[in-house]
Design a protein around this ligand. Structure first.
Ligand code: Z5A
Length: 216
């Protein structure tokens, strides 16, 4: 039975897509708009988002391309995710705060499951173990051609990470992986065309949040 004194659970919105799709930019803009509308909002990212998960992030994002195989990478991602959920996401949602997350488990399905070839059922089993039946309320898949995303990512200041050094074909498999997930779960996922201006994409994101969740 729900406790009448408790705030309603917050909404969990995830942003997915390939490199340079504009996820971090759109997380920030949606958070600003929701705060103006009076919502409590936490922004976070994966891998990372809690002290333990940020330590795991360093292991997976830095180093040489072949530091880990797909299975090890998936295990590290789910270990980080479990810590992130337990320490950051679930407590915030329970307080009634909305959580906007830059990547979540669909990234494991697209990168390790599809692009690295681990397979959907292995990733689904790890999900069940680490996350259970918890799901995002809404997943925005920012979609754009691979060369456009990689060019944006490479134009940013900073060191190229190990994922950015993987080849064009790998990133095409990642893009196809996200589109497959969105097609399989249309009630949870919305594809957003990420080729336009930052402002145009932000408007599309807000419209989608409003139409799917009744707010934004
Ligand atoms: N990974 C995985 O394999 N498995 C998993 O389960 C998880 C993750 C959770 C994390 O890297 C890596 O981990 C990631 C997948 C893997 N692979 N990579 N790379 P990350 O967090 O460091 O990187 P990322 O998630 O790919 O983010 P990103 O490359 O920084 O891209 P973004 O967040 O989508 O974009 P952005 O930072 O908002 O924008 C990038 C640049 O483009 C920036 O200069 C913006 O100002 C510019 N930008 C943004 N939008 C536009 C538009 N509309 N027009 C023009 N320019 C724009």
């Amino acid at each position: 039975m729900s406790d009448p004194g408790r705030p309603p659970r917050g909404k969990f919105i995830t942003f997915e897509g390939g490199e340079g799709a504009g996820k971090s930019t759109q997380v920030r803009l949606l958070a600003e708009r929701l705060r103006v509308a009076g919502r409590e909002v936490v922004t976070t990212r994966e891998p990372g988002g809690s002290p333990g998960a940020e330590a795991i992030r360093k292991l997976v994002v830095e180093g040489s391309v072949d530091s880990w195989d797909g299975t090890t990478e998936a295990l590290l991602m789910f270990a980080a995710r479990r810590d992130h959920l337990a320490r950051t996401i679930w407590p915030a949602l329970a307080r009634g705060t909305w959580v906007l997350c830059d990547r979540f488990a669909d990234s494991t399905m697209a990168y390790q499951g599809q692009a690295h070839g681990l397979g959907r059922s292995v990733v689904a089993r790890l999900y069940e173990l680490a996350v259970g039946d918890f799901r995002p309320d809404l997943t925005l898949v920012l979609d754009l051609p691979v060369p456009v995303g990689l060019a944006r990512a490479r134009a940013r200041p900073g060191v190229e990470d190990r994922f950015e050094r993987l080849g064009h074909a790998f990133h095409e498999r990642v893009r196809a992986g996200f589109l497959d997930i969105a097609a399989a779960e249309p009630a949870r996922c919305a594809i957003v065309d990420a080729t336009g201006s930052i402002e145009a994409i932000s408007v599309a994101v807000c419209d989608t949040v409003r139409s799917r969740l009744g707010a934004g």
